[in-house]
Design a protein around this ligand. Structure first.
Ligand code: ZN
Ligand code: ZN
Length: 875
């Protein structure tokens, strides 16, 4: 009895149901199993308020391939999903929504505002969960986590308090990147740079003339700095001067500092310690006081007299006007420079001094042998000693460079939404204590009873830095934590290496004295067809969900994975996805053809390699063995694109174009047909889980997702027969290309004569296939024979194929063509021969290369011989 398959595959009809079935059957769940090796991936948590974009889609596709592959390989594969509360991003979104209703967070108050945020988060978490499901992600939903859930909050507090007690976390007045719009500090790498056309103001400044882009900061100046070796100013260093200003005279001191570039402007710069990073550092080195003049809303403070309350830009305009009146402006030039802006909202960053919490990255605290090393040293060491491998390894350099230049990490944020800093202050005396909850004891200093918690929250990377272990129950030493940690691989975009990857390494080094993952796989970013970044303003983005709706998840996954190599950006466009939808259809059609060609009873028949007789069967099985071997190696080494390409080529070029074509004729062996089909379905499953699972359901009662990964079998690698079959394939292809070259009508059948040397028996076996696929009227096969005049001839190894196309061949033209080819061939042979006679080459070239060249020479000599005898056959 025949098995019926639908004529065409409609992804939309099946995908959701298949996913639901996998999930319901518990196939995604991982448990502690001492008899199996664990394989763990912590899914990079998308923002809780996010929408699935191509960056997520690519991460999900690659990770799902790795997880499905390892699950089939017999590992206990855990893929732990979750979401990130993404404090600034989420708070901004809710604030925008409130603004539309004429509300703001201050009107609501902290408590109600946070309730609004949580409501919003709960709603959007569901959206992102369903979108992850749409991608076919086989993650363990029973272990889903959220960076703000109870367990993770506990882990965050635990690490904070330990670090605090170790003296790694401190609070200090430091200059920070401040976003006046978000009203929060930003980490250095959360600052973006934007080229801007500004003005450079040359101002008269007592005995100096200075160039500055920010004349309004003059109100906070406390020094002038020059290069210590600058002859123009050497005498002035250490002296104090009174400087005329718009609010009256003020005093500065001149300092010599190597940070000053004597070539910029006049070589002397004004120092505003409270509002510039460089100036802050100069001030620290020379013990110069700082004077804050700009507040947290980016407005001039009360000490700015008539400028009080102005924004910095308003103040700049006003102060320049006043300075002009006083004759203090020498000239104004156009000036292009990089402006620091907030990576979340694009507002210009205002550096200012503020009381913040920092992590000291230089303090030796992690035990290492007999000594202690700092977070920075440890994080560099784990990569240097290859405890963690970065793929591709060129990012090692980027990582080291960033780590070596790392300053203390500012972890406090003035955002309401996030992990509140677990520090409590005594209301009477200000004494501080670290505690997860309000201290029950009285103040150790003044015996006061009332406590107040720090208002700030933690940088969102503080919690995501703990992600690999906080999600496994840490600080409890749970069986899951012991079994699944460290994780196998962290797969993410290279743009996030510092934000997240580096911080995970630092935090795990500290908390566990261990690594969070063994490998970091960095994928490239996605660009449009022209190679441009995708952006809202260009409107060139592609919505993965829309593409899934149109072409199915399998096609979207293939288009994201094939052609995508680690660390390199890739282009993405709709036609590409449509192309892979065609491939998915091809898979379906080829499977359908195979399945329609077997009987239901064949499904029960055992696959017995000993019974295989046909050349084509042995050939496809041998090809399949090579494929298994290579795909395995590729995936193990993160060459996912190569693995996908090889399976694609196998199905398209070998299975469909040849094996199925041949089996349409004389030969049929259902067990081989099924064995090959089932094997490549398994290989393909991690890449296109849906269509393969659907096909599987027609031939097996099990689920493909739980099947074992195919093993390479030496017994099925029929090398000898595969070689012969390759020759036959070559014969057919060559005849076909001569037909095309001579423009022989597709319906016209031609004659062929083959001198087979020792291959007669095998060629006879495939006579039907050769005749049918090469469209032959007659085929003579004999070991050898006389020369055939006016024929097109092909030589494959020592097999000769002659096509007596007589009247179709213009012999003059053909002789000319052959002469030209002979000439080229002779030149080429001369070239290789000269190379092989060159002593320098023989001495320096790798052995394999020399061998290859020798082989090539022999082949070309044979080809030349063939060409010459072809010419002789022409009349
Ligand atoms: Zn901002
Ligand atoms: Zn107290």
């Amino acid at each position: 009895m025949k098995i019926e398959l639908e004529k065409s595959y409609e992804a939309k009809k099946y995908e959701d149901k298949i996913y639901e079935n996998w999930e319901k059957s518990g196939f995604f769940k991982a448990k502690v199993d001492k008899n199996k090796k664990p394989y763990t991936i912590s899914m990079p948590p998308p923002n809780a308020t996010g929408m699935l974009h191509l960056g997520h889609a690519i991460m999900l596709a690659i990770e799902d391939i790795l997880i499905r592959y390892h699950r089939m390989k017999g590992y206990e594969a855990l893929w732990l999903p979750g979401t990130d509360h993404a404090s600034i991003a989420t708070q901004n979104k809710v604030e925008q929504q409130l603004a539309e209703k004429g509300l703001d967070k201050y009107k609501l108050g902290r408590k109600h505002f946070l309730e609004e945020v949580e409501k919003y988060v709960a709603k959007s978490q569901n959206t992102i969960r369903n979108q992850i499901r749409k991608m076919g992600a086989s993650c363990d939903w029973s272990r889903e986590r959220y960076t703000l859930d109870k367990g993770l909050t506990n882990a965050v507090q635990e690490v904070f308090i330990r670090m605090y007690k170790d003296g790694l976390i401190y609070r200090g007045d430091r200059i920070v990147n401040w976003c006046p719009r978000c009203e929060s500090t930003l980490a250095n790498d959360e600052v973006e740079y934007k080229e801007a056309n500004e003005k450079l103001y040359w101002i008269k400044y007592g005995p100096f003339t200075l160039a500055t882009t920010r004349p309004e900061t003059k109100l906070g100046d406390t020094a002038v700095a020059v290069h210590p070796k600058d002859k123009r100013y050497k005498e002035m260093i250490g002296k104090k001067y009174m400087i005329p200003g718009v609010l009256g005279e003020f005093e500065i001191i001149v300092v010599g500092d190597n940070a000053v570039d004597p070539k910029f402007g006049s070589g002397a710069v004004k120092v505003t310690p409270a509002h510039s990073f460089t100036d802050f550092e100069i001030a620290q080195r020379h013990k110069i006081p700082a004077k804050s003049i700009i507040d947290e809303q980016g407005r001039m403070m009360a000490n700015c007299g008539k400028y009080e309350g102005m924004t910095t830009l308003e103040c700049r305009e006003a102060i320049v006007k006043d300075m002009k009146k006083m004759g203090l402006i020498e000239k104004i030039e156009d000036y292009q420079h990089n402006l620091s802006v907030c990576y979340r909202c694009g507002t210009t960053i205002e550096p200012l001094i503020s009381k913040q919490w920092f992590i000291n990255v230089d303090k030796p605290v992690i035990k290492e042998g007999g000594k202690k090393v700092s977070l920075k040293e440890k994080s560099i060491e784990v990569i240097k000693k290859k405890k963690i491998k970065i793929v591709p390894d060129r990012f090692n350099k980027t990582y080291f460079n960033w780590m070596e230049n790392l300053h203390d990490w500012c972890i406090s944020r003035q955002i309401w939404f996030g992990h509140r800093i677990p520090i409590w202050y005594c209301k009477s005396c200000g004494h501080q204590e670290a505690s997860k909850t309000k201290p029950l004891n009285n103040c150790a200093k003044c015996k006061g009873e009332k406590w107040k918690q720090d208002e700030d929250t933690l940088d969102t990377w503080f919690s995501s830095g703990l992600w690999t272990f906080s999600t496994l129950g840490w600080p409890e030493k749970t069986p899951e934590f012991k079994y699944f940690h460290p994780t196998a691989v962290l797969e993410t975009g290279y743009d996030i290496i510092f934000f997240w990857v580096a911080r995970m390494i630092m935090m795990t080094s500290y908390a566990l004295n261990d690594i969070p993952f063994k490998t970091v796989y960095l994928h490239g970013l996605i660009r449009d067809k022209q190679g441009r970044k995708m952006s809202k303003s260009l409107n060139n983005g592609i919505d993965p969900l829309e593409m899934i709706e149109k072409y199915g998840t399998d096609a979207v996954r293939l288009s994201l994975v094939i052609g995508n190599t680690p660390g390199n950006d890739m282009r993405m466009y709709e036609e590409k996805i449509a192309g892979y939808r065609n491939f998915v259809n091809k898979i379906w059609n080829s499977a359908r053809f195979a399945i329609m060609n077997v009987e239901k009873e064949d499904l029960e028949a055992k696959f017995t390699p000993g019974k295989i007789k046909s050349l084509a069967d042995k050939w496809i099985l041998a090809k399949l063995q090579l494929l298994i071997k290579e795909v395995d190696e590729d995936i193990k080494n993160y060459r996912i694109s190569e693995a996908g390409t090889k399976i694609y080529d196998f199905i398209w070029n070998y299975y469909c174009d040849w094996y199925l074509e041949i089996s349409k004729g004389e030969h049929k062996n259902p067990t081989v047909l099924l064995h090959v089909l089932k094997t490549f379905l398994k290989l393909l499953h991690p890449f296109t889980p849906f269509v393969t699972e659907k096909i599987w359901s027609y031939i097996e009662k099990t689920s493909l997702i739980t099947e074992e990964w195919p093993e390479y079998s030496e017994e099925l690698n029929f090398k000898k027969e595969a070689k012969i079959m390759e020759e036959i394939r070559e014969i057919i292809s060559q005849i076909r290309s001569i037909r095309a070259e001579m423009k022989v009508d597709a319906s016209k059948k031609i004659h062929a004569i083959i001198y087979s040397k020792k291959r007669t028996k095998e060629l006879e076996e495939k006579r039907e296939s050769i005749m049918r696929l090469a469209r032959l009227e007659t085929l003579e096969i004999s070991e050898k024979g006389p020369k055939i005049k006016n024929a097109k001839s092909i030589y494959i190894g020592d097999i000769e194929i002659h096509l007596p196309l007589k009247e179709m061949i213009d012999s003059k033209k053909e002789v000319n063509r052959l002469n030209k080819e002979i000439e080229n061939k002779e030149k080429y042979i001369k070239g290789i021969t000269a190379k092989l006679e060159n002593k320098g080459f023989i001495k320096n070239a790798p052995k394999e290369l020399i061998e290859k060249q020798k082989e090539q020479l022999e082949k070309e000599k044979q080809n030349l011989k063939n060409l010459r005898s072809q010419k002789e056959n022409m009349v």
